[in-house]
Design a protein around this ligand. Structure first.
Ligand code: GTP
Ligand code: SPV
Ligand code: MN
Length: 592
Protein backbone atom coordinates (compact mmCIF):
# COMPACT_ATOMS: atom_id res chain seq x y z
CA UNK A 1 0.00 0.00 0.00
CA UNK A 2 1.24 3.46 -0.91
CA UNK A 3 2.25 6.01 1.68
CA UNK A 4 -0.51 8.50 2.43
CA UNK A 5 1.72 11.56 2.64
CA UNK A 6 4.76 13.22 1.17
CA UNK A 7 5.66 14.81 4.52
CA UNK A 8 9.34 13.84 4.80
CA UNK A 9 9.43 14.13 8.59
CA UNK A 10 6.53 11.73 8.88
CA UNK A 11 7.96 9.27 6.36
CA UNK A 12 11.40 9.38 7.94
CA UNK A 13 10.02 8.72 11.39
CA UNK A 14 7.83 5.81 10.25
CA UNK A 15 10.87 4.27 8.53
CA UNK A 16 12.86 4.55 11.75
CA UNK A 17 10.13 2.87 13.80
CA UNK A 18 9.73 0.09 11.23
CA UNK A 19 13.50 -0.48 11.16
CA UNK A 20 13.44 -0.89 14.94
CA UNK A 21 10.26 -2.97 15.40
CA UNK A 22 10.81 -5.04 12.22
CA UNK A 23 7.18 -5.83 11.33
CA UNK A 24 6.43 -8.15 8.39
CA UNK A 25 4.48 -5.33 6.82
CA UNK A 26 3.49 -1.71 7.37
CA UNK A 27 -0.12 -0.61 6.82
CA UNK A 28 -1.11 3.06 6.74
CA UNK A 29 -4.55 3.71 8.19
CA UNK A 30 -6.45 5.95 5.77
CA UNK A 31 -9.61 5.88 7.88
CA UNK A 32 -11.83 4.50 5.10
CA UNK A 33 -14.85 2.39 6.02
CA UNK A 34 -13.59 -0.49 3.82
CA UNK A 35 -10.22 -0.61 5.52
CA UNK A 36 -11.71 -0.53 9.01
CA UNK A 37 -14.24 -3.22 8.10
CA UNK A 38 -11.47 -5.48 6.83
CA UNK A 39 -9.55 -4.96 10.08
CA UNK A 40 -12.64 -5.86 12.11
CA UNK A 41 -13.07 -9.06 10.10
CA UNK A 42 -9.44 -9.93 10.71
CA UNK A 43 -9.77 -9.29 14.46
CA UNK A 44 -12.91 -11.46 14.63
CA UNK A 45 -11.10 -14.24 12.78
CA UNK A 46 -8.12 -14.23 15.14
CA UNK A 47 -10.31 -13.89 18.24
CA UNK A 48 -8.76 -10.54 19.21
CA UNK A 49 -12.28 -9.06 19.10
CA UNK A 50 -15.71 -10.69 19.32
CA UNK A 51 -18.55 -9.45 17.17
CA UNK A 52 -21.68 -8.81 19.28
CA UNK A 53 -25.36 -9.32 18.40
CA UNK A 54 -25.72 -7.18 15.29
CA UNK A 55 -29.45 -6.72 15.71
CA UNK A 56 -29.31 -5.55 19.31
CA UNK A 57 -25.90 -3.88 19.21
CA UNK A 58 -25.07 -3.03 15.58
CA UNK A 59 -21.40 -2.39 14.91
CA UNK A 60 -20.47 -3.36 18.49
CA UNK A 61 -17.54 -5.50 19.59
CA UNK A 62 -16.26 -7.11 22.76
CA UNK A 63 -12.64 -7.40 23.85
CA UNK A 64 -10.86 -8.45 26.98
CA UNK A 65 -7.31 -7.58 27.95
CA UNK A 66 -4.72 -9.65 29.75
CA UNK A 67 -5.39 -10.14 33.46
CA UNK A 68 -2.42 -7.99 34.44
CA UNK A 69 -3.28 -5.18 32.03
CA UNK A 70 -6.52 -3.52 33.10
CA UNK A 71 -5.74 0.11 33.99
CA UNK A 72 -3.23 2.91 33.74
CA UNK A 73 0.07 2.14 35.46
CA UNK A 74 1.21 5.30 37.20
CA UNK A 75 4.35 3.77 38.69
CA UNK A 76 5.52 2.85 35.19
CA UNK A 77 4.62 6.20 33.60
CA UNK A 78 7.52 8.60 33.02
CA UNK A 79 7.95 12.23 32.05
CA UNK A 80 11.41 12.32 30.47
CA UNK A 81 12.37 15.95 30.15
CA UNK A 82 16.09 16.61 29.83
CA UNK A 83 16.27 17.80 33.42
CA UNK A 84 14.72 15.94 36.34
CA UNK A 85 13.49 19.14 37.98
CA UNK A 86 11.47 19.96 34.87
CA UNK A 87 9.40 16.81 35.40
CA UNK A 88 9.00 17.78 39.05
CA UNK A 89 8.42 15.85 42.25
CA UNK A 90 5.07 14.32 41.24
CA UNK A 91 6.33 12.54 38.09
CA UNK A 92 8.62 9.58 37.58
CA UNK A 93 11.66 10.68 35.62
CA UNK A 94 14.60 9.13 33.79
CA UNK A 95 17.20 10.73 31.57
CA UNK A 96 15.75 10.61 28.01
CA UNK A 97 18.85 9.01 26.51
CA UNK A 98 19.06 6.42 29.27
CA UNK A 99 15.45 5.36 29.02
CA UNK A 100 15.67 5.16 25.21
CA UNK A 101 18.74 2.95 25.52
CA UNK A 102 16.86 0.78 27.98
CA UNK A 103 13.67 0.49 25.89
CA UNK A 104 15.16 0.19 22.40
CA UNK A 105 16.01 -3.51 22.90
CA UNK A 106 12.40 -4.14 23.98
CA UNK A 107 11.06 -2.64 20.75
CA UNK A 108 13.77 -4.24 18.63
CA UNK A 109 12.13 -6.96 16.52
CA UNK A 110 8.99 -6.90 18.67
CA UNK A 111 6.77 -6.85 15.55
CA UNK A 112 8.39 -9.78 13.73
CA UNK A 113 5.57 -11.81 12.20
CA UNK A 114 3.14 -8.96 12.87
CA UNK A 115 1.75 -5.98 10.98
CA UNK A 116 2.59 -2.45 12.01
CA UNK A 117 -0.27 0.02 11.58
CA UNK A 118 0.47 3.70 11.14
CA UNK A 119 -2.41 5.79 12.47
CA UNK A 120 -2.44 9.49 11.60
CA UNK A 121 -4.89 11.26 13.92
CA UNK A 122 -6.10 14.73 14.73
CA UNK A 123 -7.00 15.83 18.26
CA UNK A 124 -9.74 18.43 17.93
CA UNK A 125 -12.08 19.21 15.04
CA UNK A 126 -10.49 19.04 11.57
CA UNK A 127 -9.75 22.61 10.53
CA UNK A 128 -9.71 24.06 14.05
CA UNK A 129 -6.71 26.33 14.73
CA UNK A 130 -6.49 24.62 18.14
CA UNK A 131 -6.32 21.03 16.84
CA UNK A 132 -3.06 19.11 16.80
CA UNK A 133 -1.90 16.08 14.88
CA UNK A 134 -0.24 12.92 16.08
CA UNK A 135 0.93 9.67 14.53
CA UNK A 136 0.75 6.37 16.35
CA UNK A 137 2.47 3.21 15.23
CA UNK A 138 1.05 0.03 16.76
CA UNK A 139 0.78 -3.72 16.26
CA UNK A 140 -2.74 -3.82 17.71
CA UNK A 141 -5.95 -3.80 15.67
CA UNK A 142 -7.77 -3.07 18.93
CA UNK A 143 -5.81 0.18 19.15
CA UNK A 144 -6.66 1.10 15.53
CA UNK A 145 -10.37 0.48 16.07
CA UNK A 146 -10.43 2.44 19.34
CA UNK A 147 -8.47 5.34 17.85
CA UNK A 148 -11.04 5.46 15.05
CA UNK A 149 -13.69 6.23 17.67
CA UNK A 150 -11.64 8.49 19.95
CA UNK A 151 -9.95 10.70 17.35
CA UNK A 152 -10.32 11.93 13.77
CA UNK A 153 -8.02 9.47 12.01
CA UNK A 154 -6.63 8.81 8.56
CA UNK A 155 -6.03 10.94 5.48
CA UNK A 156 -7.89 13.97 6.87
CA UNK A 157 -5.42 14.13 9.78
CA UNK A 158 -2.45 14.12 7.39
CA UNK A 159 -4.11 16.85 5.37
CA UNK A 160 -4.45 18.91 8.53
CA UNK A 161 -0.72 18.38 9.17
CA UNK A 162 0.49 19.19 5.66
CA UNK A 163 4.28 19.55 5.53
CA UNK A 164 4.56 20.61 9.14
CA UNK A 165 6.95 18.94 11.56
CA UNK A 166 4.59 19.74 14.46
CA UNK A 167 3.22 16.26 15.15
CA UNK A 168 3.48 13.95 18.14
CA UNK A 169 5.40 10.77 17.45
CA UNK A 170 3.78 7.91 19.34
CA UNK A 171 5.39 4.49 19.24
CA UNK A 172 3.32 1.68 20.71
CA UNK A 173 4.13 -2.02 20.74
CA UNK A 174 2.24 -4.74 22.60
CA UNK A 175 5.42 -6.82 22.81
CA UNK A 176 4.60 -9.58 25.37
CA UNK A 177 2.28 -7.55 27.64
CA UNK A 178 5.00 -8.14 30.24
CA UNK A 179 4.14 -5.99 33.25
CA UNK A 180 7.72 -6.00 34.48
CA UNK A 181 8.74 -4.31 31.25
CA UNK A 182 5.71 -2.08 30.78
CA UNK A 183 6.62 1.57 30.16
CA UNK A 184 4.51 4.59 29.28
CA UNK A 185 7.03 7.32 28.51
CA UNK A 186 6.47 10.91 27.46
CA UNK A 187 9.24 13.12 26.05
CA UNK A 188 7.54 16.53 26.17
CA UNK A 189 10.50 18.41 24.72
CA UNK A 190 10.65 16.05 21.73
CA UNK A 191 6.92 15.66 20.99
CA UNK A 192 7.32 11.92 21.50
CA UNK A 193 5.66 9.03 23.34
CA UNK A 194 6.96 5.50 23.82
CA UNK A 195 4.49 2.92 25.12
CA UNK A 196 5.33 -0.76 25.40
CA UNK A 197 3.98 -4.01 26.88
CA UNK A 198 0.39 -2.92 27.40
CA UNK A 199 -2.84 -3.25 25.43
CA UNK A 200 -5.05 -1.23 27.81
CA UNK A 201 -6.84 2.06 26.98
CA UNK A 202 -5.07 4.91 28.71
CA UNK A 203 -1.68 3.25 28.17
CA UNK A 204 -2.04 2.67 24.44
CA UNK A 205 -4.57 5.07 22.91
CA UNK A 206 -1.77 7.57 22.68
CA UNK A 207 -3.91 10.49 21.55
CA UNK A 208 -5.69 10.49 24.89
CA UNK A 209 -3.80 10.81 28.18
CA UNK A 210 -0.27 10.65 26.73
CA UNK A 211 -0.78 13.36 24.09
CA UNK A 212 -3.95 15.33 24.88
CA UNK A 213 -2.93 15.73 28.54
CA UNK A 214 0.75 14.99 29.25
CA UNK A 215 2.32 16.37 26.06
CA UNK A 216 -0.41 18.97 25.49
CA UNK A 217 -0.17 20.37 29.04
CA UNK A 218 3.50 21.08 28.30
CA UNK A 219 2.64 22.60 24.89
CA UNK A 220 -0.06 24.74 26.52
CA UNK A 221 2.47 26.06 29.03
CA UNK A 222 4.91 26.98 26.25
CA UNK A 223 2.22 28.37 23.92
CA UNK A 224 -0.12 30.11 26.37
CA UNK A 225 -3.14 27.79 26.56
CA UNK A 226 -4.38 25.02 28.85
CA UNK A 227 -4.89 21.25 28.49
CA UNK A 228 -6.98 19.96 31.39
CA UNK A 229 -8.57 16.73 32.66
CA UNK A 230 -12.01 18.34 32.37
CA UNK A 231 -15.49 17.65 31.11
CA UNK A 232 -17.27 20.40 29.17
CA UNK A 233 -21.03 20.85 29.40
CA UNK A 234 -23.60 23.41 28.31
CA UNK A 235 -26.66 24.36 30.36
CA UNK A 236 -29.50 25.76 28.25
CA UNK A 237 -32.01 27.95 30.06
CA UNK A 238 -35.69 28.25 29.08
CA UNK A 239 -34.89 31.21 26.77
CA UNK A 240 -32.43 29.07 24.78
CA UNK A 241 -29.29 30.74 26.14
CA UNK A 242 -26.46 28.27 26.88
CA UNK A 243 -23.78 28.72 29.55
CA UNK A 244 -20.75 26.46 29.50
CA UNK A 245 -19.02 24.91 32.50
CA UNK A 246 -15.91 22.72 32.72
CA UNK A 247 -15.12 20.30 35.53
CA UNK A 248 -11.96 18.54 36.68
CA UNK A 249 -12.59 15.42 38.77
CA UNK A 250 -10.03 12.63 39.15
CA UNK A 251 -10.37 9.40 37.16
CA UNK A 252 -13.65 7.56 37.80
CA UNK A 253 -15.00 10.41 39.93
CA UNK A 254 -17.94 11.52 37.82
CA UNK A 255 -16.91 13.55 34.75
CA UNK A 256 -18.79 11.39 32.24
CA UNK A 257 -21.81 11.33 34.52
CA UNK A 258 -21.92 15.10 35.04
CA UNK A 259 -21.24 15.83 31.36
CA UNK A 260 -24.35 13.86 30.32
CA UNK A 261 -26.70 14.58 33.18
CA UNK A 262 -30.44 14.71 32.80
CA UNK A 263 -31.93 17.60 34.80
CA UNK A 264 -34.35 16.66 37.58
CA UNK A 265 -38.04 17.28 36.95
CA UNK A 266 -38.05 20.66 38.72
CA UNK A 267 -35.68 22.07 36.09
CA UNK A 268 -36.85 19.96 33.16
CA UNK A 269 -40.39 21.29 33.44
CA UNK A 270 -39.06 24.85 33.27
CA UNK A 271 -37.25 23.99 30.03
CA UNK A 272 -33.64 23.55 31.17
CA UNK A 273 -31.44 21.22 29.11
CA UNK A 274 -27.89 19.94 29.42
CA UNK A 275 -25.59 19.41 26.41
CA UNK A 276 -22.34 17.46 26.34
CA UNK A 277 -19.25 18.92 24.66
CA UNK A 278 -16.70 16.63 26.32
CA UNK A 279 -16.40 14.08 29.14
CA UNK A 280 -12.66 13.87 29.87
CA UNK A 281 -10.34 16.45 28.30
CA UNK A 282 -10.59 20.18 27.56
CA UNK A 283 -8.14 22.32 25.56
CA UNK A 284 -8.70 25.97 26.36
CA UNK A 285 -7.51 29.13 24.62
CA UNK A 286 -8.18 32.81 25.17
CA UNK A 287 -10.54 34.01 22.43
CA UNK A 288 -10.68 37.32 20.54
CA UNK A 289 -13.15 38.68 23.14
CA UNK A 290 -10.75 37.86 25.98
CA UNK A 291 -12.82 34.98 27.34
CA UNK A 292 -11.60 31.41 27.74
CA UNK A 293 -12.85 28.97 25.05
CA UNK A 294 -12.83 25.17 25.33
CA UNK A 295 -12.68 22.46 22.70
CA UNK A 296 -12.91 18.72 23.29
CA UNK A 297 -9.90 17.22 21.49
CA UNK A 298 -11.56 13.78 21.42
CA UNK A 299 -14.33 12.42 19.23
CA UNK A 300 -15.56 9.63 21.50
CA UNK A 301 -16.02 8.56 25.10
CA UNK A 302 -13.80 5.99 26.84
CA UNK A 303 -16.17 5.65 29.77
CA UNK A 304 -16.39 3.53 32.93
CA UNK A 305 -18.96 0.75 32.35
CA UNK A 306 -19.82 -0.50 35.89
CA UNK A 307 -22.57 1.55 37.47
CA UNK A 308 -23.75 2.90 34.10
CA UNK A 309 -27.47 2.22 33.70
CA UNK A 310 -30.66 3.82 32.41
CA UNK A 311 -31.16 5.65 35.67
CA UNK A 312 -27.61 6.72 36.61
CA UNK A 313 -26.55 7.79 33.11
CA UNK A 314 -29.18 7.25 30.44
CA UNK A 315 -27.23 9.22 27.82
CA UNK A 316 -24.00 7.28 28.31
CA UNK A 317 -25.86 3.99 28.02
CA UNK A 318 -27.66 5.20 24.90
CA UNK A 319 -24.27 6.19 23.44
CA UNK A 320 -23.13 2.56 23.66
CA UNK A 321 -25.96 0.98 21.66
CA UNK A 322 -24.10 1.01 18.33
CA UNK A 323 -20.54 1.10 16.92
CA UNK A 324 -19.08 0.70 20.42
CA UNK A 325 -16.16 -1.35 21.70
CA UNK A 326 -16.66 -2.94 25.12
CA UNK A 327 -13.50 -3.81 27.04
CA UNK A 328 -13.43 -6.16 30.06
CA UNK A 329 -17.20 -6.38 30.56
CA UNK A 330 -19.28 -9.59 30.75
CA UNK A 331 -20.25 -11.30 27.49
CA UNK A 332 -23.77 -12.76 27.69
CA UNK A 333 -23.48 -15.98 25.70
CA UNK A 334 -27.27 -16.45 25.50
CA UNK A 335 -27.77 -13.55 23.10
CA UNK A 336 -24.25 -12.26 22.48
CA UNK A 337 -24.76 -8.97 24.29
CA UNK A 338 -22.91 -7.35 27.18
CA UNK A 339 -23.48 -6.90 30.91
CA UNK A 340 -21.68 -5.28 33.85
CA UNK A 341 -22.25 -4.79 37.55
CA UNK A 342 -24.80 -2.05 38.06
CA UNK A 343 -26.38 -2.35 34.57
CA UNK A 344 -29.48 -4.09 35.93
CA UNK A 345 -30.38 -6.63 38.60
CA UNK A 346 -30.45 -9.49 36.11
CA UNK A 347 -26.92 -10.81 35.56
CA UNK A 348 -26.69 -13.46 32.83
CA UNK A 349 -26.32 -17.11 33.82
CA UNK A 350 -24.54 -18.35 30.74
CA UNK A 351 -21.80 -15.80 30.39
CA UNK A 352 -18.10 -15.15 29.89
CA UNK A 353 -16.38 -12.91 32.44
CA UNK A 354 -13.80 -10.22 31.68
CA UNK A 355 -11.05 -12.81 31.93
CA UNK A 356 -12.65 -14.85 29.17
CA UNK A 357 -13.75 -17.60 31.59
CA UNK A 358 -17.22 -19.17 31.94
CA UNK A 359 -19.24 -17.17 34.49
CA UNK A 360 -22.66 -17.54 36.05
CA UNK A 361 -23.94 -14.20 37.26
CA UNK A 362 -26.67 -15.80 39.36
CA UNK A 363 -24.33 -17.92 41.47
CA UNK A 364 -20.85 -16.45 41.20
CA UNK A 365 -19.41 -14.50 44.12
CA UNK A 366 -16.83 -12.90 41.83
CA UNK A 367 -17.49 -9.82 39.73
CA UNK A 368 -18.07 -10.53 36.05
CA UNK A 369 -16.85 -7.19 34.71
CA UNK A 370 -13.60 -5.58 35.82
CA UNK A 371 -14.26 -2.48 37.99
CA UNK A 372 -12.35 -0.45 35.36
CA UNK A 373 -14.09 -2.04 32.38
CA UNK A 374 -14.91 0.55 29.74
CA UNK A 375 -16.91 1.37 26.64
CA UNK A 376 -15.48 3.24 23.66
CA UNK A 377 -18.43 5.04 22.09
CA UNK A 378 -18.59 7.64 19.28
CA UNK A 379 -19.57 11.07 20.62
CA UNK A 380 -22.10 11.37 17.80
CA UNK A 381 -24.13 8.56 19.42
CA UNK A 382 -24.83 10.67 22.50
CA UNK A 383 -28.45 11.90 22.57
CA UNK A 384 -27.36 15.12 24.32
CA UNK A 385 -24.25 15.88 22.23
CA UNK A 386 -23.87 19.66 21.91
CA UNK A 387 -24.39 21.29 18.53
CA UNK A 388 -21.13 23.12 19.29
CA UNK A 389 -19.22 19.82 19.49
CA UNK A 390 -17.47 20.44 16.16
CA UNK A 391 -17.17 24.22 16.59
CA UNK A 392 -13.52 24.92 15.71
CA UNK A 393 -13.43 27.93 18.07
CA UNK A 394 -14.83 26.02 21.05
CA UNK A 395 -17.32 27.24 23.64
CA UNK A 396 -16.89 30.12 26.13
CA UNK A 397 -16.36 28.94 29.71
CA UNK A 398 -18.31 30.69 32.49
CA UNK A 399 -17.26 28.46 35.39
CA UNK A 400 -14.68 25.83 36.22
CA UNK A 401 -15.39 23.21 38.84
CA UNK A 402 -12.94 21.11 40.81
CA UNK A 403 -14.04 18.09 42.81
CA UNK A 404 -13.00 14.78 44.27
CA UNK A 405 -14.15 11.90 46.43
CA UNK A 406 -14.01 13.15 49.99
CA UNK A 407 -15.89 11.26 52.70
CA UNK A 408 -15.75 14.24 55.07
CA UNK A 409 -13.94 17.61 54.73
CA UNK A 410 -15.17 19.16 51.46
CA UNK A 411 -18.71 20.63 51.36
CA UNK A 412 -21.22 19.96 48.57
CA UNK A 413 -20.25 23.14 46.73
CA UNK A 414 -18.37 26.38 47.32
CA UNK A 415 -16.87 29.22 45.30
CA UNK A 416 -13.35 30.55 45.48
CA UNK A 417 -12.85 34.20 46.44
CA UNK A 418 -11.13 34.97 43.14
CA UNK A 419 -9.00 33.35 40.40
CA UNK A 420 -5.82 33.00 42.47
CA UNK A 421 -7.72 31.52 45.38
CA UNK A 422 -9.38 29.21 42.85
CA UNK A 423 -5.98 28.03 41.64
CA UNK A 424 -5.15 27.33 45.27
CA UNK A 425 -8.43 25.38 45.67
CA UNK A 426 -7.44 23.26 42.65
CA UNK A 427 -3.92 22.77 43.97
CA UNK A 428 -5.13 21.28 47.28
CA UNK A 429 -7.58 18.86 45.66
CA UNK A 430 -7.50 15.42 47.18
CA UNK A 431 -9.49 12.34 46.33
CA UNK A 432 -9.82 8.65 47.10
CA UNK A 433 -8.04 6.52 44.49
CA UNK A 434 -10.19 4.43 42.08
CA UNK A 435 -9.81 1.38 39.83
CA UNK A 436 -8.82 3.62 36.89
CA UNK A 437 -5.18 3.17 37.90
CA UNK A 438 -3.43 0.01 39.07
CA UNK A 439 -2.88 -0.07 42.85
CA UNK A 440 -4.89 0.37 46.05
CA UNK A 441 -8.42 1.79 45.79
CA UNK A 442 -9.97 4.21 48.31
CA UNK A 443 -6.77 5.83 49.58
CA UNK A 444 -6.96 9.64 49.89
CA UNK A 445 -4.15 11.36 48.00
CA UNK A 446 -3.45 14.84 46.66
CA UNK A 447 -4.53 15.11 43.04
CA UNK A 448 -4.18 18.79 42.07
CA UNK A 449 -6.63 19.83 39.35
CA UNK A 450 -7.19 16.04 38.79
CA UNK A 451 -3.89 16.24 36.89
CA UNK A 452 -1.54 14.31 39.19
CA UNK A 453 -1.11 11.44 36.68
CA UNK A 454 -1.31 13.71 33.64
CA UNK A 455 0.77 16.85 34.13
CA UNK A 456 3.66 16.69 31.64
CA UNK A 457 5.97 19.06 33.53
CA UNK A 458 6.78 20.38 36.99
CA UNK A 459 3.48 20.92 38.78
CA UNK A 460 4.91 24.04 40.45
CA UNK A 461 5.37 25.56 36.97
CA UNK A 462 1.89 24.32 36.08
CA UNK A 463 0.36 26.27 38.99
CA UNK A 464 2.33 29.34 37.92
CA UNK A 465 0.92 28.88 34.41
CA UNK A 466 -2.61 28.85 35.88
CA UNK A 467 -1.80 32.08 37.80
CA UNK A 468 -0.43 33.67 34.61
CA UNK A 469 -3.55 32.70 32.65
CA UNK A 470 -5.58 34.47 35.34
CA UNK A 471 -3.62 37.68 34.79
CA UNK A 472 -4.25 37.46 31.03
CA UNK A 473 -7.96 36.71 31.49
CA UNK A 474 -8.49 39.46 34.08
CA UNK A 475 -12.16 40.09 34.79
CA UNK A 476 -13.14 37.76 31.91
CA UNK A 477 -11.78 34.74 33.79
CA UNK A 478 -14.21 31.91 34.53
CA UNK A 479 -15.31 31.74 38.18
CA UNK A 480 -13.81 28.78 40.06
CA UNK A 481 -15.81 26.38 42.26
CA UNK A 482 -15.31 23.14 44.17
CA UNK A 483 -17.86 20.34 44.58
CA UNK A 484 -18.04 17.06 46.49
CA UNK A 485 -20.79 14.55 45.66
CA UNK A 486 -19.24 11.90 47.90
CA UNK A 487 -19.76 12.90 51.55
CA UNK A 488 -20.65 9.90 53.69
CA UNK A 489 -22.96 9.58 56.68
CA UNK A 490 -21.95 7.69 59.84
CA UNK A 491 -23.07 4.39 58.24
CA UNK A 492 -20.91 4.98 55.18
CA UNK A 493 -23.72 5.89 52.75
CA UNK A 494 -23.53 8.78 50.30
CA UNK A 495 -25.61 11.64 51.73
CA UNK A 496 -26.13 13.48 48.46
CA UNK A 497 -28.19 11.68 45.75
CA UNK A 498 -25.75 12.82 43.04
CA UNK A 499 -26.03 12.12 39.29
CA UNK A 500 -28.92 14.15 37.74
CA UNK A 501 -29.47 15.95 41.04
CA UNK A 502 -26.00 17.47 40.73
CA UNK A 503 -27.82 19.96 38.48
CA UNK A 504 -29.00 21.58 41.74
CA UNK A 505 -25.41 22.51 42.60
CA UNK A 506 -24.74 23.59 39.00
CA UNK A 507 -27.70 25.98 39.20
CA UNK A 508 -26.21 27.64 42.29
CA UNK A 509 -22.91 27.92 40.42
CA UNK A 510 -24.58 29.62 37.44
CA UNK A 511 -26.51 31.87 39.79
CA UNK A 512 -23.21 33.00 41.30
CA UNK A 513 -21.66 33.60 37.86
CA UNK A 514 -24.58 35.85 36.98
CA UNK A 515 -24.59 37.61 40.33
CA UNK A 516 -28.12 36.40 40.99
CA UNK A 517 -27.61 34.59 44.28
CA UNK A 518 -25.94 35.53 47.55
CA UNK A 519 -23.42 33.49 49.49
CA UNK A 520 -21.92 33.21 52.95
CA UNK A 521 -18.29 34.19 53.27
CA UNK A 522 -16.42 31.46 55.17
CA UNK A 523 -12.70 30.81 55.76
CA UNK A 524 -12.55 28.43 52.75
CA UNK A 525 -14.61 30.46 50.26
CA UNK A 526 -18.18 31.49 49.46
CA UNK A 527 -20.70 28.86 50.53
CA UNK A 528 -24.37 28.64 49.52
CA UNK A 529 -27.06 29.54 52.00
CA UNK A 530 -28.80 26.19 52.53
CA UNK A 531 -32.12 27.54 51.24
CA UNK A 532 -30.45 28.51 47.94
CA UNK A 533 -29.91 24.86 47.02
CA UNK A 534 -33.18 23.81 45.39
CA UNK A 535 -34.43 20.59 47.03
CA UNK A 536 -37.88 20.52 45.44
CA UNK A 537 -38.75 16.95 44.54
CA UNK A 538 -35.84 15.39 46.45
CA UNK A 539 -36.89 12.56 48.73
CA UNK A 540 -35.26 12.23 52.13
CA UNK A 541 -33.28 15.48 51.80
CA UNK A 542 -34.25 18.33 54.09
CA UNK A 543 -32.82 21.77 54.65
CA UNK A 544 -30.93 20.25 57.57
CA UNK A 545 -29.34 17.64 55.28
CA UNK A 546 -28.14 20.49 53.08
CA UNK A 547 -26.81 22.36 56.12
CA UNK A 548 -24.92 19.22 57.07
CA UNK A 549 -23.53 18.83 53.50
CA UNK A 550 -22.39 22.44 53.59
CA UNK A 551 -20.79 22.32 57.03
CA UNK A 552 -17.11 23.17 57.31
CA UNK A 553 -15.19 21.52 60.15
CA UNK A 554 -12.41 23.97 60.88
CA UNK A 555 -10.39 21.40 62.79
CA UNK A 556 -10.40 19.01 59.80
CA UNK A 557 -9.53 21.87 57.45
CA UNK A 558 -6.61 22.95 59.62
CA UNK A 559 -5.32 19.36 59.65
CA UNK A 560 -5.72 19.35 55.87
CA UNK A 561 -3.67 22.55 55.69
CA UNK A 562 -0.80 20.69 57.37
CA UNK A 563 -1.08 18.02 54.66
CA UNK A 564 -1.00 20.71 51.97
CA UNK A 565 2.08 22.29 53.46
CA UNK A 566 3.85 18.93 53.45
CA UNK A 567 2.82 18.39 49.82
CA UNK A 568 3.92 21.88 48.77
CA UNK A 569 7.32 21.41 50.45
CA UNK A 570 8.22 18.88 47.76
CA UNK A 571 8.26 21.66 45.17
CA UNK A 572 10.97 23.77 46.83
CA UNK A 573 11.49 27.02 44.97
CA UNK A 574 9.26 25.89 42.07
CA UNK A 575 6.23 26.46 44.34
CA UNK A 576 4.74 29.82 43.30
CA UNK A 577 4.90 32.33 46.17
CA UNK A 578 1.27 33.17 45.54
CA UNK A 579 0.24 29.57 46.24
CA UNK A 580 2.17 29.51 49.53
CA UNK A 581 0.59 32.86 50.43
CA UNK A 582 -2.89 31.51 49.70
CA UNK A 583 -2.32 28.60 52.07
CA UNK A 584 -1.05 30.91 54.79
CA UNK A 585 -4.06 33.20 54.36
CA UNK A 586 -6.51 30.29 54.49
CA UNK A 587 -4.86 29.01 57.67
CA UNK A 588 -5.18 32.40 59.25
CA UNK A 589 -8.86 32.63 58.35
CA UNK A 590 -9.44 29.15 59.78
CA UNK A 591 -7.61 29.93 63.02
CA UNK A 592 -9.66 33.00 63.86
P1 GTP B 1 -12.44 8.79 33.87
O1 GTP B 1 -13.03 8.35 32.57
O2 GTP B 1 -11.69 7.69 34.57
O3 GTP B 1 -11.59 10.02 33.77
O4 GTP B 1 -13.62 9.06 34.90
P2 GTP B 1 -14.90 10.00 35.02
O5 GTP B 1 -14.54 11.14 35.91
O6 GTP B 1 -15.51 10.30 33.70
O7 GTP B 1 -15.83 9.07 35.87
P3 GTP B 1 -17.33 8.57 35.68
O8 GTP B 1 -18.29 9.68 35.39
O9 GTP B 1 -17.33 7.43 34.73
O10 GTP B 1 -17.61 8.07 37.16
C1 GTP B 1 -17.43 6.77 37.51
C2 GTP B 1 -17.85 6.45 38.92
O11 GTP B 1 -18.33 7.56 39.68
C3 GTP B 1 -18.98 5.44 38.91
O12 GTP B 1 -18.72 4.51 39.93
C4 GTP B 1 -20.20 6.29 39.21
O13 GTP B 1 -21.23 5.53 39.73
C5 GTP B 1 -19.64 7.30 40.20
N1 GTP B 1 -20.39 8.57 40.22
C6 GTP B 1 -20.50 9.47 39.21
N2 GTP B 1 -21.25 10.53 39.58
C7 GTP B 1 -21.64 10.28 40.85
C8 GTP B 1 -22.43 11.01 41.79
O14 GTP B 1 -22.92 12.10 41.53
N3 GTP B 1 -22.59 10.45 43.02
C9 GTP B 1 -22.02 9.25 43.35
N4 GTP B 1 -22.22 8.77 44.57
N5 GTP B 1 -21.28 8.53 42.48
C10 GTP B 1 -21.08 9.04 41.26
C1 SPV C 1 -8.72 8.00 33.33
O1 SPV C 1 -8.16 7.08 33.94
O2 SPV C 1 -8.74 9.18 33.75
C2 SPV C 1 -9.41 7.70 32.06
C3 SPV C 1 -9.30 6.36 31.50
O3 SPV C 1 -10.04 8.60 31.50
S1 SPV C 1 -7.78 6.09 30.69
O4 SPV C 1 -7.94 6.51 29.29
O5 SPV C 1 -7.49 4.67 30.78
O6 SPV C 1 -6.75 6.86 31.31
MN1 MN D 1 -9.92 10.55 32.57
Amino acid sequence: MADLTTNKKVLGWVDEVAALCKPDKVVWIDGSAEQLLALKEEAFATGEMTELNQEKLPGCMWHHTAKNDVARVENRTFICSKKREDAGPTNNWMDPDEIKAKLRPLYDGSMKGRTMYVIPYCMGPIGSPFSKVGLETTDSIYVVLNMDIMARIGTRALEQLGDSNDFVRGMHAKANIDEENRYIVQFPEDNAIWSINSGYGGNVLLGKKCFALRIASYQGWKEGWMAEHMLILGIEDPTGHVDYVTGAFPSACGKTNLAMLIPPEVYKKQGYKVWTVGDDIAWMHIGPDGRLYAINPESGFFGVAPGTNEKSNYNALASTRKNTIFTNVVLNNADNTVWWEGLDKNPPEDATDWLGQPWNGKTSTEKGAHPNSRFTAPAGNCPCISKEFENPQGVPVSAMIFGGRRAKTAPLVYQSFDWNHGVFVGSIMASETTAAAAGAVGVVRRDPMAMLPFCGYNMGDYWQHWLDMGVKLGDKAPKIFNVNWFRLDDEGHFIWPGFGDNMRALMWILGRCKGEVEAEETPIGYLPKAEDINIEGLEGISLDTIRDLLSVDKKLWLEDADGCEEFYAKFGDRLPKEIAAQLAAQRERLSK
